[in-house]
Design a protein around this ligand. Structure first.
Ligand SMILES: [Zn+2]
Length: 62
């Protein structure tokens, strides 16, 4: 029974790490156009509902 308790503790600990994954990006191996500058890039980040390249992403935005 002691093993079950430790397993539950392990699974419950995952949620505390989600605050570290606030930056959401999309990856397209074929490349996709940035919504701001139209440059074709593999990785884009969400900003104001659009997907923009790393150059256009405003990292200062909360
Ligand atoms: Zn861009």
């Amino acid at each position: 029974m002691g093993d079950n308790a430790s397993l539950n503790d392990f699974l419950g600990g995952e949620s505390s790490e989600q605050s570290e994954a606030a930056t959401t990006y999309a990856w397209d191996g074929a490349g996709a156009a940035c919504a701001a500058c139209d440059e074709t890039v593999e990785r884009r980040w969400q900003q104001d509902g659009d997907l923009v390249c790393i150059e256009c992403k405003d990292w200062e935005q909360p």
